[in-house]
Design a binder for this molecule. Structure first.
Ligand code: C5P
Length: 222
């Protein structure tokens, strides 16, 4: 069977990674979470006390940064060189700073090149903000996944509680809205739906329902 490229884009907390992971498992495809790559750059930049608003400085960092993704039991594992940063890149500090790093064209150019290489043989489900528009414009299936900001914050809140973490739904909603604003208003590759992407509002859908719908769509192009 043909091994296609599937691009999933959408705002923060729309369930993209959970859905992409399950879809990839069902299709026996590789799952790539591109947000993790921007997060890893942010972690390295913060550790080196670099100015997150300086594209040239971050461009220099990109030359020496070795970000590796490997499949793990619970999805994708992330390494900088030999050091595993899978959990470290999920901190609140990284979450609230990643949009600054992601708007630098030097960072995007390096990561987009790496992402295209990972996808070149197909059999891939890639999630992010610019996959359908910039990274894989020829992907056979493109979906723009979204949900209301209230629902996205509520989902994140439930996840945090289930993990035994402190969580404030109002703060989550504000953080998500702010990150969406920064990602949508940046000059380089802003978050937007590709013209040929299917728009899917998941506010009223369960994860399983979304996965089933995406499987149907994928089977339609296989
Ligand atoms: O997907 P996740 O929420 O982990 O992404 C973290 C951040 O990385 C986003 O808020 C965005 O700033 C950036 N990002 C991006 N382009 C992508 C994936 C993520 O700009 N393809």
């Amino acid at each position: 069977m043909k091994k296609i490229q599937i691009a999933l884009d959408g705002p923060a907390g729309a369930g993209k990674s959970t859905i992409a992971k399950q879809l990839a498992a069902r299709l026996d495809y590789v799952y790539i979470d591109t947000g993790a790559m921007y997060r890893a750059v942010t972690l390295a930049a913060l550790e080196q006390s670099l100015d997150l608003n300086n594209g040239e400085t971050l461009g220099e960092l990109m030359k020496s940064l070795d970000i590796r993704l490997t499949p793990g039991e619970n999805g994708q594992r992330v390494f900088i060189g030999d050091r595993e940063v899978t959990d470290a890149i999920r901190s609140i500090e990284i979450t609230n700073n990643v949009s600054f790093v992601a708007r630098q064209k030097e960072v995007r150019a390096a990561l987009v090149t790496a992402q295209r290489k990972l996808a070149e043989r197909g059999g891939i489900v890639m999630d992010g903000r610019d996959i359908g528009t910039v990274v894989l414009p020829d992907a056979e299936l493109k979906v723009f996944l979204t949900a209301t900001v209230e629902e996205r914050a509520a989902r994140r809140h439930r996840e945090n509680i289930a993990r035994g973490m402190d969580s404030d739904i109002t703060i989550l909603q504000e953080e998500i809205a702010l990150r969406d604003k920064r990602d949508s208003e940046r000059e380089v590759s802003p978050l937007r739906q590709a013209d040929d992407a299917l728009y899917l509002d998941t506010t009223e859908m369960t994860i399983d329902e979304v996965v089933v719908r995406l499987m149907e769509l994928a089977e339609g192009v296989l």
